[in-house]
Design a protein around this ligand. Sequence first.
Ligand SMILES: [Zn+2]
Length: 426
Amino acid sequence: MITEMRADPPAQHDTANDPTCRFCRAVLRHTFVDLGMSPLCQTHITREQLNHMEPFYPLRAYVCDKCFLVQLEEYVSPNDIFGEYAYFSSYSDSWVAHARKYAEMMIDRFNYGASSKVMEIASNDGYLLQHFVQRKIPVLGIEPAANVAKVAIEKGIPTTVQFFGKMTAGAIAKEHGRADLLLGNNVLAHVPDLNDFVAGMKVLLKPRGVITMEFPHLLRLMESNQFDTIYHEHFSYFSFFSVEKIFAAHGITLFDVDELETHGGSLRIYGRHAEDDGKTVTERVTELREREISKGFTRLETYSTFTEQVKETKRKLLEFLIAVKRAGKSIAGYGAPGKGNTLLNYCGIRQDFLDYTVDRNPYKQGKYTPGTHIPICHPDKIKETKPDYLFILPWNLKHEVMEQNAFIRDWGGQFVVPIPEVKVFP
Ligand SMILES: [Zn+2]
């Protein structure tokens, strides 16, 4: 404030250091939630790295008081996160099934055929586009991680290795033509330059084309205390209200929306050129927009209550864990997902509470959770050690995990789910 009183013009860095909204550029003044310092969620560490320093970054989400976009600052370059990505979508059966259902629904609704072109941004290993290829519909994948794209190409899914934006969209349109269907699932939240990305979609879409995007819904995140889905790789958290504004600013009208159960509650939006009057805006769009407004998503106070909700979730969880340890019981973790990293670091849960965790992904076995250094073991360890409680970190998969590990009940073991609030399943 003092600098503003000076006769000289304020130095450039005064404002340059203030974070600004990645959509509307307003200065971010309001914290949505501050989860302290946290390491990157995919940096599982090896035994050799245990004695080394680990980079921690602030995990603080803001809400913009102009457009109500909830967002993180960009601490890490997307190249560092996504250049070589260890996540292959095809490893998840339920996700591939979700993709197949989507492809069939879209082909039925919009009559795609041999003369159409379907393009997917962040197409991963081709888990989704393969369903269009099977129906002889021409496709193009756009994927930044070369190692993942290679797998798609080997499966016969044409894929170009690029980060998506306005410039690459222009180049792709020149080389491959524009898209009848342009889609992206769980990519929008990971985009640092949101405006450039959405502007690119406008460029790559045919005049009568359709865009669909899926991403976690902020309304569900807040209602179900899903603060652990906030991590550094995840830059933006969208309400329908905020995402509609962003697309409208780039000449794209959202004409339909589905509410999905994936990832704890997601939205699938349907976009078209604002100039394309062939598709009328459905009642679902109006209803959801009004529902969010009535729930307070256009008022700052609504967002400021989340911090206290998160703190209370942490206190309840720690009370439970402390009581269990005082009673002399043992707890093992299940899973080492990104969201587990936020939860463990924010709540300060280390081996003082969880003896170890297990993961089916061989890439993670033998390593340690980032920051909290809990050993990640093969799932067989559960049978060997017979823990009293199995603490499920990927709570969105709790039914699947409880089914696969029902045998813990043989020794009186019980399941614990931390979100929306700590709950025991005997
Ligand atoms: Zn904004």
